[in-house]
Ligand binder design. Structure first.
Ligand code: PEP
Length: 250
C-alpha cells in the first residue's frame, strides 16, 4: 500500500517574512496517513528547518547541483541541502527544462546525486501541448522517466517519486482530467516495471501535478496509479494546501 504524498512547490515565491508566515500557518497541520512536503526557495530552507522540525511536515529543495563542492557559482550541493534537514528534492521541473535548458542527462545526474545524499527525488516529467496534439505524450514521458532514472536501482524504488506534470496544465487553471492523468501515470508505472521489476513498480509513488486545488484533488487521488500531487499555486495558500492534505489523509 503506497502512502499518499502531497508536495508543495513554491517556485520563486516567498520572501523571508512571507515564508515565515506560511510555515507558521502550516505548522498547525495534524499528522495522518499521508506525507506532506513543502519545497520553498533555497533562501527559506533554514527557516523551514527552524519552523517545521517539530511538526509532521517535511521539507525539500526545488533544485540541486550534482557535485559535492567546487567552482559552481550560484549552485547548491546535496550535502548543503541535507545539512538543512531536506529530505526531498524536485528534479527536472518543466520550468527548468524549458527556461534553463536542463537536459535529460543533467537531470539523471541530479537524481543520482539526490539518492546518494539519502534524499528522495521528485522527478518531474510531462509533455507540452504540442507534443500532446502530435500524439507524442507516451514517448516523451517514457523517455523522461527512463533517462531520469537510468542510474537508479530497483532497491531505491521506495525512495523514488515521479510527478506527471503535463506542461500545458501547470499554472493554467485548467488541470488534466483525472482519466487523462491516470492514463499517463499508468504508463509511468509500466515503465517503472520494465526498468526495475514488479516490487519496485508497486512501491514507487507517482504524483499528478498541474492546477491541482481543493476542488479536484479527490478526483486524482481516486485513480489507482496516482498516489498524490505536486502542487504549485495552491501550496502558497495555507488553508487550501492544508485542505488538500486533509483530503489525502482521508
Ligand atoms: C508545479 O509548478 O509543479 C505546478 C504543478 O504548478 P500549479 O499547481 O500552479 O499548476
Amino acid at each position: 500500500m503506497r502512502r499518499p504524498l502531497i508536495a508543495g512547490n513554491w517556485k520563486m515565491n516567498g520572501d523571508a517574512a512571507e515564508a515565515d508566515a506560511l510555515f507558521r500557518a502550516l505548522a498547525a497541520v495534524r499528522p495522518g496517513g499521508a506525507d506532506l512536503v513543502v519545497c520553498p526557495p533555497f533562501t527559506a530552507l533554514a527557516a523551514a528547518q527552524q519552523s517545521l522540525s517539530d511538526t509532521c511536515i517535511q521539507w525539500g529543495a526545488q533544485n540541486v547541483y550534482p557535485a559535492a563542492s567546487g567552482a559552481y557559482t550560484g549552485e547548491i550541493s546535496p550535502a548543503m541541502l541535507t545539512s538543512l534537514g531536506c529530505r526531498w528534492c524536485i528534479c527536472g521541473h518543466s520550468e527548468r527544462r524549458q527556461l534553463l535548458g536542463e537536459t535529460d542527462d543533467f537531470i539523471r545526474r541530479k537524481v543520482r546525486a539526490v539518492l546518494d545524499a539519502g534524499m528522495m527525488p521528485i522527478l518531474c516529467v510531462g509533455e507540452t501541448a504540442d507534443e500532446r496534439r502530435g500524439g507524442r505524450t507516451a514517448s516523451v514521458v517514457q523517455r523522461e522517466v527512463e533517462e531520469g532514472l537510468r542510474d537508479a536501482a530497483a532497491d531505491e524504488a521506495a525512495r523514488l517519486v515521479v510527478a506527471y506534470e503535463p506542461v500545458w496544465a501547470i499554472g493554467a487553471g485548467q488541470a488534466a482530467t483525472a482519466a487523462e492523468a491516470q492514463e499517463v501515470c499508468g504508463w509511468i508505472r509500466e515503465c517503472l516495471f520494465r526498468l526495475f521489476g514488479q516490487d519496485a513498480a508497486s512501491s514507487a509513488r507517482i504524483l499528478y501535478g498541474g492546477s491541482v486545488g481543493q476542488g479536484n484533488i479527490a478526483d486524482f487521488l481516486s485513480e489507482p496509479d496516482i498516489d498524490g500531487a505536486l502542487i504549485g499555486g495552491a501550496s502558497l495558500r495555507a488553508d487550501e494546501f492544508i485542505s488538500i492534505y486533509d483530503t489525502a489523509k482521508a
